[in-house]
Write a protein that binds this ligand. Structure first.
Ligand SMILES: [Zn+2]
Length: 136
């Protein structure tokens, strides 16, 4: 879905070449029209104008990166067979529909919830594997 309004300042949003913000182009981005006062933006899937998720300001981008750092190892290190399976689990854990369970769509509270879910999951898993390896 193409973003119409900036969720942070309610300005309109434009589709521009990322070179306008970053100096070099890596495709299109949706940028808040109040830029640079508001720097909410979202990138696009490579070679398309389909947004990767919802617009994020600096703070939200930080939280999304943090969430990726916690969540990605779950499928990268083989806890789940693949990324899709990990997102399926997260969608159940967060009680969110699967199509809305993407870090690029999360707001700060959802990022915090996702991180908490991964932490609980990891703790339980460690306890279980400790039990298996040390029966007494
Ligand atoms: Zn804005």
């Amino acid at each position: 879905m193409k973003p119409q309004k900036c969720p942070f300042c309610r300005s309109s949003v434009s589709l521009i070449d990322s070179a306008k913000v970053f100096g070099c182009s890596y495709g299109f981005i949706y940028l808040c029209n109040s830029y640079p006062k508001c720097d909410a933006r979202v990138g696009c899937h490579p070679g398309t104008i389909t947004p990767l998720g919802t617009l994020a300001d600096k703070d939200l981008r930080k939280w999304r990166r943090k969430t990726h750092r916690k969540f990605d190892p779950l499928w990268q290190s083989g806890v789940f067979p693949d990324r899709q399976a990990a997102y399926k689990w997260l969608s159940k854990a967060m009680r969110l529909p699967l199509e809305r369970t993407h870090v690029a769509m999360f707001d700060i509270r959802q990022c915090q919830r996702a991180i908490a879910c991964v932490e609980v999951f990891t703790r339980i898993r460690q306890r279980v594997s400790t039990k298996v390896t040390n029966p007494c």
